[in-house]
Unconditional design. Structure first.
Length: 330
């Protein structure tokens, strides 16, 4: 047996034996490693994971997810908790039938780990909750953890936590009762957007687009302070999907500020606000948009053209309103 096991597999076996303390988990890793080596010794690392799970609709339920949840309920050490949460997350995605059978108590065990002292455990718990949130039948239960997730994302500065937490918020239905927490978190969301992690930027942009469509939060987003170099987020050096989401945010905000109900109020914005950066008289947004027309990705080209047309249409409507107002006054 030993000749088939490379150092990586032996290390995984040792981790499970010393960490989880269960021969079953060690056996799963060994069996996975041997089968992978026998199939292709030259590529023995391919397909070897800590928890090897195969889908087979013809076979009965493996019980893998239930075993991992039961082990987690025994309050193991932090290393073992992290490994178990990783395995649980994989099982939820790969063994959907077993995941659907999980009870609210099972989810509560994972949700309680959002309060764990270790940041890494919080992140793993968020990943597991994200997996459950992908199942429609579990989404209502996941809603209970939205306030805690908002708190984590807005108080802990960690890119991995931001990505996992924001992903869950994007999967959740944001109810009106959480608007106060979301309003308080907008400055933090904007900071995440202006950081350098593209995956976190992508998730926070999706959230901001959703929030910008809420009339109660639109002004808070527009009046939020941004860095002087905010428009660098329209640089062609950023990934195309991030740029597209930025353009969608501009389009959503533009639709919001041109809503008659929003325009019925005389809003005031601070000089360093998002509004001034995007729509102010001295904004350099038009030149940034024009430079993106030559972007190599067609999706970006298409989206920037839509934004330019949207902005031009809004400007035309504004000019028409001004003409009508001046005509009626004379």
């Amino acid at each position: 047996m030993e000749k088939f096991l490379d150092p990586n597999i032996r290390r995984n076996v040792l981790f499970f034996i010393t960490g989880a303390g269960t021969a079953y988990l060690a056996y799963k890793v060994i069996r996975s490693g041997i089968s992978g080596c026998l199939q292709n010794r030259d590529a023995s690392n391919a397909g070897i994971t800590r928890f090897s799970i195969k889908r087979d609709s013809k076979k009965s339920k493996s019980g893998e997810l239930r075993r991992l949840l039961n082990l987690l309920k025994q309050q193991p050490d932090n290393f073992t908790k992290g490994m178990l949460l990783h395995g649980i997350t994989r099982c939820i995605y790969l063994l959907e039938c077993e995941a659907k059978d999980c009870t609210n108590d099972d989810i509560n065990v994972i949700g309680s780990l959002l309060n764990d002292e270790e940041k890494g455990i919080k992140i793993q718990a968020l990943n597991a909750l994200n997996a459950f949130a992908s199942l429609e039948i579990k989404q209502r239960k996941i809603q209970e953890y939205v306030p805690r997730v908002i708190e984590l994302v807005t108080t802990i500065w960690d890119s991995d936590l931001h990505i996992a937490g924001l992903k869950l918020l994007n999967l959740a239905i944001l109810e009106d009762r959480w608007f106060l927490m979301l309003r308080r978190g907008i400055p933090s969301f904007m900071e995440i957007l202006q950081a350098k992690n593209n995956l976190a930027q992508l998730q926070v942009l999706k959230l901001l687009i959703t929030l910008s469509q809420k009339e109660e939060l639109l002004y808070d987003i527009l009046n939020c302070q941004v860095f002087p170099d905010f428009l660098n987020l329209f640089s062609s050096q950023l990934p195309g999907n991030v740029i597209c989401q930025m353009l969608l945010l501009v389009q959503s905000l533009n639709v919001g500020i041109n809503n008659p109900r929003y325009q019925s109020v005389s809003w005031e914005y601070n000089e360093e606000s998002l509004y001034e950066a995007l729509f102010g008289q001295d904004s350099r947004l038009p030149s940034k948009l024009l430079s993106l027309i030559l972007h190599p990705e067609e999706d970006v080209q298409r989206q920037v053209c839509q934004v330019i047309l949207c902005l031009e249409q809004s400007k035309s409507n504004e000019n028409i309103c001004e003409i009508q107002t001046s005509s009626s006054s004379t």
